[in-house]
Design a binder for this molecule. Structure first.
Ligand SMILES: [Zn+2]
Ligand SMILES: [Zn+2]
Length: 303
């Protein structure tokens, strides 16, 4: 399996267009040691031929152009064999609408995420210009299915992860276990596996069980601390209000990830306020010392 990080930032990216926090301003002025990051998306392939995108960020066009493996190989073609959504947040699915140039696409998502994106969405009609343009392949929690065509060696299983409905759907129906999922992707030819969990509100027994048996874990690295947005002066919500378990602290994800035996443990979906983005921060030194990696755009893992 080849895994390529196309974007490692949380919604808004780094820097974020309307953010003047010390990280964003420092990156613009060159006064902090950090690199820009696009919004979270990862490409994965078993054979280097057919690729699957995990989440479709608003920056999908640049992300495709920056990775030659995703370029067309015929006058009209795309090596992107499917797009998998972990939830309905706009930073994870807005990119779908940018793929409207009459190319058939397969979208893997839970029924709740599909409905949230398509129901009453007049813009979605751009992916329904002809029969078979968008094909949804529904992920049922805990049920493994083939990722791609029948002879694909990849399988995918979605598992429930505490999260929340996207902001634009709040108040429009009750939350369900299908609103936010983690993905377990296995190459059945090599029996190597990766778990992808870019958003998690809390740690659960399911996470312990699923992540204990995988080779590579990507996990929610949105915030270092609960009060990060307040401290940075850019918001009033705490990390928990936004359904993201902070990395730091006694019960943070760093503690839980530290107990896993996976070969690679990588934080992804990093918010622009997060001190982990600064290469010389003490928080980053703490994470690195624990053997945990911070994803960056262009990071590649071969399994
Ligand atoms: Zn997000
Ligand atoms: Zn910022």
């Amino acid at each position: 399996m080849r895994i390529r990080v196309l974007g490692s930032a949380a919604g808004g990216g780094f820097p974020q267009w309307n953010c003047g926090c010390s990280n964003c301003q420092g990156l613009r002025s060159g006064s902090v040691q950090a690199v820009a990051r696009r919004q979270e998306s990862v490409a994965i392939s078993a054979d280097g031929d057919a690729w699957f995108l995990l989440n479709a960020s608003p920056e999908i066009r640049e992300q495709i152009e920056n990775f030659p493996a995703l370029w067309p190989r015929q006058p009209r073609h795309s090596p992107i064999a499917g797009i998998v959504l972990t939830n309905g947040d706009l930073d994870h699915c807005l990119g779908l609408l940018s793929l409207r140039e009459s190319q058939p696409i397969a979208i893997y998502a839970t029924s709740a995420v599909r409905t949230g994106f398509t129901d009453g969405n007049v813009l979605y009609r751009t992916l329904e210009r002809f029969e078979g343009q968008a094909t949804w392949r529904i992920l049922s929690l805990g049920v493994s299915r083939i990722l791609g065509v029948e002879d694909s060696s990849l399988s995918i299983t979605a598992f429930a992860v505490p999260g929340k409905r996207p902001i634009h759907l709040e108040g429009r129906g009750p939350p369900t276990d299908e609103d936010n999922v983690g993905l377990l992707i296995r190459d059945r030819a090599t029996n190597r596996s990766v778990a992808y969990v870019p958003a998690a509100a809390t740690w659960t027994a399911t996470l312990d069980r699923v992540l204990a048996a995988v080779d590579v874990v990507f996990f929610d690295g949105t915030f270092w601390s609960s009060a990060e947005l307040l401290t940075a002066g850019v918001g009033t919500k705490r990390a928990e209000d936004m359904a993201h378990l902070p990395v730091g602290g006694a019960a943070g994800s760093l503690f839980h990830l530290g107990r896993l035996i996976a070969e690679r443990r990588v934080l992804v979906h990093i918010n622009n306020t997060n001190p982990l983005l600064r290469e010389d921060s003490p928080e980053r030194a703490e994470v690195t010392a624990a053997g945990i990696e911070i994803a960056f755009d262009g990071m590649e893992i071969v399994l």
